[in-house]
Design a protein around this ligand. Structure first.
Ligand SMILES: Cc1ncc(COP(=O)(O)O)c(C=O)c1O
Length: 401
């Protein structure tokens, strides 16, 4: 095997021939990362306000994670779930202890897989009385596998691959009356993101999650929170729903769970989790020792560096700057933020802002056509925050007419 080229152009040429073109990619080949910075094959430095699509919550190559993974690969890379490993047990304990409901964990490798597990668990739970329907929300995002995709309330992602999995009803996010109306005799669960991420950083009204809990209790439904994007401390609590003092029955995690290493988890109340008996569900790589050690090192980093507290500080810094900017330009419709989940809704498409930022060495994302989405690392240093905000502000103020 030869490495034919290390220039960005050489790598891109290889992709054009050998990699399926299902992603829109920028013409940049990244080779190295450290904290909130990444470098490309030509040595150009970029400041990353959207590290790893939300997976690098504690920055690129976090030292504790690097160390834990290095140590683990020399000991044991993979064993299937027919055996016990210390790391998986320790991670399950760490995640469970950080819930308020003493959940038990199932491990997988991605957010979609975690949601697939939740969908199956809900169906198994509802099986005795033939209940299988799940209420989800419009503008939600739960993943690309057929079950998670069917749960996703965005027709644009369904186009061309129907028929979907049966049994999902979509209601507007934040609307309790709509949920109540959608419940019927076959409904078994409600699945929502506590804060919608891909849908544009939508923070619900304060009575929403408590209201969902009340409805779920009254109607005997499972309340399932997809915390794939909002969880693992991003909003200043381990689980975003904890801001509203609500206890769900099921939580799903992925993205930031293992500091950038692929990992996913579903956490469920023990009385419900017991429905996943041997043979009902599995993931070959799920809970492998590398991912579990990386996740444990991630939790240790967040705790020892006070990063939960720093999430609120980051929110304050970004909010203050962006609200001040809003008063200078009608382009900004609304600023929405919870911890390091930040959305800037524009009155025009966001793509030109993303492009301008990229040209000036800042990586940001646009979701829902008009929302600039930032998911900065919790340990983003103050000088880089300043540097990035100055570039972003300039790109917004000088929006191409
Ligand atoms: C809330 C939420 N759930 C699920 C997913 C799917 O995760 P994955 O891409 O790891 O399958 C995402 C991905 O963006 C997400 O934001």
């Amino acid at each position: 095997m030869t490495m034919e080229s290390t220039s960005s152009a050489g790598v891109i040429a290889q992709f054009q021939k050998y990699v399926i073109g299902n992603y829109t990619r920028y013409p940049v080949c990244l080779t190295r990362g450290e904290g909130s910075l990444v470098w490309d094959a030509e040595g150009r430095r970029y400041l990353d306000f959207f590290p790893g699509w939300g997976c690098n919550l504690i920055g690129h190559c976090p030292p504790r994670v690097v160390e834990a993974v290095r140590e683990q690969v020399g000991q044991l890379i993979h064993v299937p779930n027919t055996w016990y490993t210390k790391a998986q047990g320790e991670l399950a304990k760490a995640l469970s202890e950080r819930t308020d409901f003493g959940g038990q964990c199932f491990f997988c490798n991605s957010g979609a897989e975690a949601n697939e597990a939740a969908i199956k668990l809900a169906r198994l739970h509802g099986q005795p009385d033939k209940r299988y329907k799940i209420i989800t929300t419009l503008n939600s995002f739960h993943g690309r596998t057929m079950g998670a995709l069917s749960a996703t309330g965005q027709p644009k992602y369904h186009a061309g691959v129907e028929p979907l999995l049966a049994g999902f009803k979509y209601v507007p996010f934040g609307d309790l009356a709509a949920v109540e109306k959608a419940i019927d005799a076959e409904t078994i669960a409600i699945l929502v993101e506590p804060i919608q991420g891909e849908g544009g950083i939508n923070v619900p009204p304060d009575d929403y999650l408590p209201g969902l809990r009340r409805l779920a209790d009254e109607r005997g439904l499972l309340l399932m929170f997809d915390e794939v994007q909002a969880g693992m401390g991003r909003t200043g609590k381990w689980y975003a729903h904890q801001h509203w003092h609500v206890q769900p029955d099921v939580v799903t995690l992925a993205k930031a769970l293992a500091g950038g290493v692929a990992a996913g988890a579903m956490i469920a109340r023990p009385a419900i989790a017991e429905k996943l008996k041997p043979g009902t569900h599995a993931a070959t790589f799920g809970g492998n020792p590398i991912a579990c050690r990386a996740a444990l090192a991630t939790i240790e980093t967040i705790e020892s560096e006070g990063l939960l507290e720093r999430a609120s500080w980051l929110e304050g810094q970004f909010r203050a700057r962006l609200v001040a900017l809003q008063s200078r330009t009608p382009l900004i419709r609304e600023v929405r933020a919870k911890g390091s989940m930040i959305g800037i809704e524009l009155s025009s498409p966001g793509a030109p802002v993303v492009q301008k930022c990229l040209e000036r060495g800042l990586l940001v994302n646009c979701t829902h056509h008009t929302v600039i989405r930032l998911l900065p690392a919790l340990n983003l240093p103050e000088d880089l925050l300043e540097e990035g905000c100055a570039i972003l502000e300039d790109a917004i103020v000088n929006y191409p007419q």
